[in-house]
Design a protein around this ligand. Structure first.
Ligand code: ADP
Ligand code: MG
Length: 697
């Protein structure tokens, strides 16, 4: 493999400097190894010949064996084309070329047998094939079995580089350099997991004989890729865990106990208790905690965070809670401050808009230790914010913060503080393993008692009157209602208009009720005033944009109507839905959509109506949209260019790779054993940095 990695693609027979440059620029194929790992995006069936007489409907790519009866040049100028009449004995079709007419006319003869391969289309009852691949039945390039279709760019196509060209290059490569490709995976693993060898997998992925062989090849290559990723992640976290000690919080004292017995208005759920136990064990382990706390909206994460912060205070340290937006930070502050105050905790809010004077007070109190808990936005990361003794950091909604920010918080004390990352967007376990691979994971998988799952309904615009009638019933029963409109950047102007019109319409339809109105473009004071109306039940209906997505807590609100639901992402819909179902009444979420939506959109919305489980929604969202920006949060130097594995859909293989990586590192933490030499070499070359494996052992 090293030889392939070191060999410039231009030296491969049939490539040369010009094409080499083009391949590098268009596809990032610089070396022979890059070409070998440029896998087909899909495959077409070349295991059988089709009969022209059997063509019907929308045809896939097919191959036909037959001969040309005649050629003619038709049309003029830009419309000039070469048309060959091709017959296979069952019927005939036209084979058409628009380019390189002269050369092609000289290349093919009537009466000789050819295999043509392409996508037939029919025009007024006549079948034709444009620019097919051409072979003679005995030519070497002629494939049987499945034939790969390679990803290309427009520019390459214009320069005459086709999928077929790449196929031929790969075949040359396989035939010359690739007879012996060593397998970096230890033999026992290959045998135990019944994997193909690397050599066989690379051959098969480019030339699968059948679907089963293709599956085996894919599995092997995906597994290998994910194994390196997991080895690298695990190495990183084990390395760090071994290196960084942590503060020991040995006791639970007055802050915690008096809060628990005097302030806490309810019993903790079993899941909350379990998670607090896990966190306590971490805090007393002598190692720095880095833990991800996942829990559906409303599962009581914030409360868990507060209790853990109190333990930190009991051990003579300070705590800090960081949220991604000012609204969220403020809301955390407003919920937690009155609770904390009851047990004598000094708690303050720091955001970008905190006035200088107040900021100075905070800086002073942080330095002398009289400020116990600081809540804020990323303003708290700034170097000017210095704690006397920071012991515990809570980061809410992690996915908007990078690992770099987390690391900045570690450095706010000589011994790094414990870090708890909270996310309300449930991340499927296997993805968490990768994206947050260096974190331990706790899950609150139980809602506080008495919560009834929200009933979610999908309604189309023509049902609006029924929906309004249902809203009226809720309002008559003394309940409150949210009506949410999209306000999405690219459509800001039209969205604003439909929001305003919607508001007027709602005021008009529900004349007897009081309507409040918020959107993100309002001045904060105005927004707060409107929100306050709804919170104190001086308003019955809240017309809003997604600004209410996080944090708002009005248990009496039992209905949410989401307008243009088809325009929201699944996770966002789920977050919004979390605003209702917070009290003891049955709650409803109505997804309003226009009638003409695509199949995928309908499927998305139906997932919402079929489950209220955030993890199920997140899995589905991930499969539909792919991991998207989650991949972007991978630790720098830990990111890997995945050629074939897919973090969204290869959950089972990620698990397999994770388990295997754990086993390897348990046995041989620095990959020093001979059987792991191949692995170490691969990892070093992929991650392109010197991983210090020796320090762990
Ligand atoms: P999250 O941060 O996970 O969205 P919160 O901590 O904000 O959840 O809790 C949601 C609501 O449920 C809050 O009003 C909170 O006071 C309440 N709550 C939390 N834990 C419990 C519990 N064990 N029993 C009853 N209510 C709870
Ligand atoms: Mg919360």
């Amino acid at each position: 493999m090293e030889r392939l990695r070191a060999t410039d693609i231009k030296f491969l027979k049939g490539v040369g400097p010009k094409r080499g440059e083009l391949l590098a620029k268009e596809l990032g194929i610089v070396t022979c190894a890059d070409l070998l790992y440029h896998f087909p995006s899909h495959y077409v069936d070349r295991s059988r010949f089709y009969r022209i007489a059997d063509f019907s409907g929308d045809m896939p790519m097919v191959q036909v064996k037959g001969h040309f009866v005649s050629f003619s040049v038709q049309g003029e100028g830009a419309k000039m084309r070469l048309v060959g009449l091709f017959t296979d004995g069952t019927s005939s079709m036209e084979v058409v070329w628009f380019k390189r007419i002269k050369a092609i006319r000289e290349m093919y003869r009537t009466g000789m047998e050819y295999v043509v391969f392409g996508k037939p289309s029919s025009f007024s009852g006549r079948w034709s094939m444009v620019h097919p691949e051409m072979d003679t039945p005995d030519s070497a390039g002629f494939a049987r079995g499945l034939r790969g279709v390679y990803p290309l760019t427009e520019k390459l196509r214009n320069r005459g580089v086709t999928s077929r060209t790449l196929f031929t290059m790969v075949q040359t490569l396989l035939g010359t350099y690739c007879r012996n490709i060593a397998d970096p995976l230890p033999v026992d693993i290959v045998e135990k997991l019944r994997l193909m060898s690397r050599r066989d997998a690379l051959h098969a992925i480019h030339n699968p004989r059948n679907a089963a062989e293709l599956d085996k090849a894919r599995l092997r290559l995906k597994f290998e890729e994910l194994l390196y990723l997991q080895l690298n992640i695990l190495n990183y976290s084990r390395h760090r865990a071994a290196r960084t000690g942590g503060m020991r919080f040995t006791r639970v004292g007055t802050f915690f106990h008096s809060f628990y017995s005097q302030v806490l208005p309810f019993e903790l759920t079993g899941a909350q208790k379990r998670v607090i136990k896990e966190i306590r064990a971490d805090m007393n382990s002598g190692r720095q905690m880095n833990r991800l706390l996942q829990g559906d909206v409303g599962s009581g994460k914030t409360l868990v965070a507060l209790l853990c912060m109190l333990i930190a205070l009991d051990n003579g340290t300070q705590a800090c809670l960081m949220a991604p937006t000012e609204i969220l930070a403020t809301q955390h502050f407003e919920t937690l401050a009155p609770l904390a105050a009851k047990v004598g905790v000094n708690i303050k809010l720091l955001t970008g808009s905190t006035p200088k004077k107040q900021r100075d007070v905070i800086h002073g109190q942080l330095a002398d230790g009289s400020l116990h808990i600081l809540i804020g936005t990323h303003a708290v990361i700034e170097d000017s914010v210095r704690f006397r003794n920071l012991g515990f950091v809570v980061i809410d909604e992690q996915h908007r913060f990078g690992v770099a920010q987390r690391a900045k918080m570690w450095r706010k004390n000589t011994v790094p503080p414990h870090v708890l990352v909270m996310t309300a967007t449930p991340i499927p376990r296997t993805l968490a393993m990768t994206v947050y691979g260096d974190l331990d994971v706790s899950v609150i998988d139980e809602l506080p008692p008495g919560r009834k799952p929200v009933v979610t309904l999908l309604r189309y615009d023509n049902h609006r009157l029924d929906v309004y009638r249902a809203i009226t019933r809720q309002l008559k029963a003394g309940r409150q209602v949210y009506i949410v409109y999209p306000l999405i950047k690219e459509n800001e102007k039209t969205d604003m208009k439909s929001l305003e019109e919607g508001y007027e319409q709602i005021c008009d339809v529900f004349r007897d009720y009081r309507v409040a109105y918020v959107h993100g473009k309002m001045k904060p004071a105005e927004k707060d005033a409107q929100m306050a109306l709804f919170v104190s039940h001086k308003a019955d209906i809240l017309v809003a944009t997604t600004v209410i997505e996080v944090g708002v807590n009005v248990p009496n609100a039992t209905t949410m109507v989401i307008e243009n639901a088809e325009r929201f992402g699944l996770s966002q819909l789920h977050q919004l839905r979390g605003r209702v179902g917070r009290g003891d009444g049955q709650s409803y979420c109505v997804l309003m959509s226009k009638q003409t939506i695509g199949k995928d959109t309908r499927r998305r919305l139906e997932i919402m109506t079929s489950t209220s489980d955030g993890f199920v929604v997140a899995e589905a969202d991930l499969k539909l949209r792919g991991p998207g920006d989650l991949e972007g949060t991978l630790q720098s130097g830990m990111a890997i260019d995945l050629h074939i594995a897919n973090l969204a859909t290869d959950g089972a293989i990620i698990q397999m790779a994770r388990d295997c990586a754990c086993g390897i590192l348990d046995k041989d933490p620095s990959l020093a054993q001979t059987e792991h030499a191949g692995l170490l070499k691969e990892i070093r070359s992929i991650f392109n940095r010197v991983v210090d494996w020796s320090m762990i052992s």
